[in-house]
Ligand binder design. Sequence first.
Ligand SMILES: Nc1ncnc2c1ncn2[C@@H]1O[C@H](COP(=O)(O)OP(=O)(O)OP(=O)(O)O)[C@@H](O)[C@H]1O
Length: 356
Amino acid sequence: MKCVKFRLIQIRNMEDTTILPDEGLTIFTGENGSGKTNLIEAVYYASIGKSFRTGNDNEMIRLGDEEGTILLDFTIRDVSHTIKVKLTRNQGKKIFFNDNPVRKKDLMGLFRTVIFTPDELQLIKGAPVFRRRFLDMEISQVSPRYYAELLRYTRAVQQRNAAFRNARMTGIIPDTNIWDEQIGKCAAYIVRKRLETVKKMNGTVPDMESALTGNRENLEIRYKQAGSDEPRFDEEWFLERLAAYREEDAKFCHTSVGPHRDDLTFFMNGMDISIYGSQGQQRTAILAMKLSEMEYIKEETSEYPVLLLDDIGSELDSKRRKALMNFLETRNIQTMVTGTDVPFDHKAKIIEVGKE
Ligand SMILES: Nc1ncnc2c1ncn2[C@@H]1O[C@H](COP(=O)(O)OP(=O)(O)OP(=O)(O)O)[C@@H](O)[C@H]1O
């Protein structure tokens, strides 16, 4: 999978900018605020249908304009495709794949990316939601069924919670069987898929770590299921727990059982790196996980996704950057990087942003 060309029209600070990235490494360089991250953000937007920086699409449209467009041409196994996203102020977005309108959820998995930004430390330091999202996005990009089950699951949990809220005034515990059944079915599938993925990642993540550092630390991802020491993914288990917790859930109008409560923990040589790891180790571990995500996507789809690295120069020392670039080069992974100075001494296409 390669991005051949992308264009931002009235997006962020870009009036009309076309970029032809290299098949290998492209470095966006330029002063602070010149718009380097805006370029990576647009590529990511075309892949997922939303920004990694904001949930408010209006922020994406250039100030003073009413609409903005992102166009992206890419190839899958040498066949060309196009994605077009048209954003209109306060009126949402329209997405087109090969000129046909598609819903945002249908965009998932067409043009695949993996992103690493300075905020990525949240994956270790932040709330569980960041870790679940990481895993969910990874699997959703290769499995349309997973994404559909996830959406169905989220809706069922919302409906169950709404049923509790609606019944609150009456003091009667509502019958949520219809939602519990849906939650149980989807939850079993979601947790099974997540466990499979974690297992696959554990097969590659130590190699990625050693490619970056030269050390073979024992890096391991563990799935932490709310309510069970040994992860369970049978529907009956979820149904039993949903029934057992119904009374308490009704009191708080929430659902305390299910994969939306699960978490991941990262261990290095048996130690939880969120507690014992240095900042450098945490960053390297995250990057190793991202590379392992790339391997997973490659294994599932037979093509590497496009890697987007925002401000990597400030995140990794030169030794690790070099090791990372060697790794990407040998696998022919298309990579787009931002940095105020050209941060690498590798063969790359360098695009100076903000200079006409
Ligand atoms: N909706 C918008 N309309 C116009 N300009 C915008 C909009 N959103 C952001 N900008 C401008 O985009 C620029 C920020 O771009 P970006 O974050 O890509 O910078 P950068 O080159 O990555 O900078 P740094 O090196 O500091 O990370 C700022 O100048 C900001 O004012």
